[in-house]
Design a binder for this molecule. Sequence first.
Ligand SMILES: O=C(O)CCC(=O)C(=O)O
Length: 200
Amino acid sequence: METALALMEQGANVMPDTSQRYHDTSQYDPNCWGNVHERTNRWDLKLRLCPVVEKALREILPSVHGVIDAILGPKTALVELASLISDPGAPSQLLHADTLYTVNAEMVTVFVPLQDIDEHMGPTNMLPQTHTSAEHWQKVIKNGGPEVRKRIVSDPQFQHEELGTPPLMLCTGATGTGFMMDSRLLHCGGVRQRQNPRLS
Ligand SMILES: O=C(O)CCC(=O)C(=O)O
């Protein structure tokens, strides 16, 4: 928690000035900003491995490496290190998976809230167990248009009928807690309502 707060406080060193959050995506410097679904008021800031970021990683690793080993095996690599920011007015993303469906897991994502996140702050929505079968991916990503993807998130009955998986999980939580997900899992960033930005 202290390191998460330090990361926020040292934002000036870690993050470029907010005036650099370009609305014109052609101005995005790919060395600084990563790809993110639904870019309106939503940002994927690449993090440098500066001391406070390294400290955060060293604190997180003991809690997650057992699960990562169990899912991916002992030989793994860090493929992305970024801060997701959703500013007020960011709409919901469409339900998606971060990688194509594969029989075995290929990537695990760890989200760590850098401030307390409640349901009004556009928490990540995750659909438990949807990484376990290609059928879910086929129905939602391959064959489901935007309307189907939106309805699955907003209508629990429809979600149950379509997928038969447990209810949507909102990743709300206290600063410094974490959420892990298999990259095949169906998920999306939610609608950002309150005034201050959300960072994780
Ligand atoms: O911002 C979030 O909560 C999730 C972002 C995400 O899922 C993505 O961009 O792939």
